[in-house]
Ligand binder design. Sequence first.
Ligand code: NAP
Length: 492
Amino acid sequence: MDDFFKEMQNPGIPPTYKCCVGGIWKDSTSSKTIDVISPIDNSILGRVYQVTHEEIDESIAKAKKAQKEWQKVPIVKRSQMVHLIADWIRQHEVSLTELLIVEIGKTYADAKDEILRSADMIDYFANEALNIKGQELSGEQFPGYDQSKLALIERVPVGVILAIAPFNYPINLSVSKIAPALVTGDAVIFKPPTQGAISDLYLTEIIRRIGIPEGLISTLTGAGSEIGDYLVTHPGIDMITFTGSSQVGKAIAEKAGMIPLQFECGGNNPAIVLTDYDPETTIGEIVKGFCSYAGQRCTAIKYVLGLKPTIDQIILSVVKKTQEYIKMGDPRDKTVTMGPVISEASVADIQRRIDEAVKGGARIVYGGKIQGKMIEPTILENVSSDMDIIKTETFGPIVCFIRVSRIEEAIEIVNKSTYGLQASIFTKDEGAGISVARQLNVGTIQINSKPQRGPDHFPFLGVKGSGVGVQGISYTLESMTRFRPIVLSKLQ
Ligand code: NAP
């Protein structure tokens, strides 16, 4: 690996990576390290530390101090510095892509796309931040007041932001938190996912080197189940931005107290196919929707609803397209379109869910075989909406088909879900699509596309168990600042 990243790792095979405590690479005083194992071949890629409570305290104290200085730097300068992160990510695109492939099992195309899209997102954040504006209001607009009261409404950074990212987009979903925080004048305590931590330590080194004050970002590795509670309840944290499962999100929300929360949690996304669907688009989007990154995306399609004749028509085409599109294997081979799932625990969970569904009467139309961490894309039918495989998120390449007797029944099933990230509707009639969309209680509705995050300046949000708050360039920037009204009352 590149000399640029030499300082953060100890020599050795596999290397032990330092943690970034108070902005400085250090070997943790804790004796505990965690092996980061490649999902491709189970090799140990490296070891990361589990930081101590003292290291967390030290990092947060330094972040507070650094933030006070950083917020005084003019935003145009902060924006220029944040652009450098994007430049350097592009410069290190090849190493970062290779790292994502081996650390989280992404295909070459997906890994490269994640890196480049992250750089584009950072640039957009840095540009858009220049539009952050305060406001001026006069009292005279409200009955009983006059021009003697004037409010100068400033937008100021919230302070120290705890950013917690998931394994499935360790670069993209980290920069979607870190870049807006830095450009708006906040400091960051970054808790990377353990699987994905190495990629995020590389990212940290890029960020550290743009010349920000020491301690403005610290990257604290360790199992979320061990260090998470201490971090999320720390009195020095002013806001939490989290992406991960609904289960962990809810647990954090219950403990965090009265600070702003920005949560993107699990998705369990349906696709509703109306009778006048466009076959090519619908089949193609369903297959990519459930198979991309082996189904390990919050925006994956998990079940497809339609009238009986519609489902009867499309299900075999979905099987055929899956066979054409998917080449399973080692993602270091650039022609492979689907790699392994992330861990043995994940394999066991997916296997249990398929077995339970089959026991409950579901039929495997295609796939179902598991070898090591490679899961065949699996298509199930005769699935009912009260099965666990529909009620909760399966983080693997599984899609279930449900035949309904009326479209209203499909809408009821979607709205009954405890999740509400996205839904897709497939139809040639945009008016009919919008009419169904308006009846769905989910964050975003896609008409004639699989669910997806992006373009990144669109609002992205989940309702119910899928999240709190809104992301998307300008929305995220807003969430990381707060109003500071200064009210002037003119002396008579
Ligand atoms: P996860 O298990 O919930 O972990 C997410 C992050 O939280 C990791 O950094 C994890 O650390 C940390 N964590 C775990 N327990 C914690 C605790 N008690 N306190 C504080 N932090 C804790 O999720 P994942 O398996 O990495 O990611 C997959 C999930 O994320 C799926 O449910 C997916 O739908 C969701 N997701 C949602 C979106 C969205 O935009 N809505 C996007 C991507 C992913 P460790 O890694 O050390 O456990």
